[in-house]
Ligand binder design. Structure first.
Ligand code: 1GP
Length: 237
């Protein structure tokens, strides 16, 4: 089970794998490096997956014993092969399909799969410039400087029974989420806090951990240079 580890106050790095960005060779290499770097778990998903590498989750699992969790951009990305799923509710948005509609469609499949389910409040923070998730979800992010709105949203998510909060700047964001926002949310909720989007350096990771993030998610920078995971991994040692 991943959730008890998330709750244990251990600082963790997670690797996001978007299979569209990989060949089989680069996937294997990245996963092997992530394993050596000590990632806590692997997230699997993307805004659109067109080049669903055949058996890519199985391939990942052949090269690491770290848990692989779905981080689905859409219902098309569900798979029995994962260990679990971050079942995301896009609580910064007001698109009913992403608050409950897709969940209703996915629920029977997920129940039958027996996989671990971590209900997660997904909060999209604006960082200037439109991100894929913003366009694809047809929702507006919370403006970067509106820490009060982001905090109220995270508190509401916890009150509704969600088990984690994912603070998202958007994949490839120029600027990661503001440490101040992470810090204020951390003071106000007890559930695990995950931060992702635009994190590229060990210094940035350290800043977000110091602000109170339990998990930082690394995607784009590891597609460009998987070795960076070894540097980033030192922050959690
Ligand atoms: C995206 O938060 C993740 O959902 C990772 O973002 O690709 O910018 O690392 P990056």
């Amino acid at each position: 089970m991943l959730y008890p580890i998330l709750k244990s106050n251990r600082k963790m790095m997670a690797l996001l794998i978007d299979p569209d960005k990989h060949t089989v060779d680069s996937l294997v290499r990245t996963v092997e490096i992530a394993d050596r770097a000590g990632v806590g778990f692997i997230l699997y998903g993307g805004s659109i997956i067109s080049n669903h590498l055949p058996h890519s989750i199985e391939t990942i699992k052949q090269h690491t014993r770290k848990p692989v969790f779905l981080f689905p951009g859409s219902l098309l990305q569900l798979s029995y092969h994962a260990d679990g799923i971050f079942l995301l509710s896009l609580i910064s948005g007001r698109n009913p399909e992403l608050l409950i509609g897709n969940h209703v469609q996915a629920a029977p499949f997920l129940k039958k799969s027996g996989m671990e389910i971590i209900p997660t409040g997904y909060i999209l923070m604006g960082q200037g410039g439109q991100t894929s998730v913003e366009y694809m979800s047809q929702t507006m992010p919370i403006p970067a400087e509106k820490t009060d709105i982001a905090t109220a949203t995270a508190i509401a998510g916890e009150m509704l029974g969600l088990k984690a909060i994912y603070l998202e700047a958007g994949s490839g964001a120029m600027q990661h989420v503001a440490p101040k926002t992470v810090a204020v949310i951390r003071e106000n909720i007890a559930i695990p806090l995950i931060a992702g989007g635009g994190i590229r350096t060990p210094q940035q990771a350290e800043t977000l951990f110091a602000a109170g993030a339990d998990v930082i998610v690394i995607g784009t920078v590891a597609e460009q240079n998987p070795e960076i995971l070894l540097e980033l991994g030192k922050v959690t040692e």
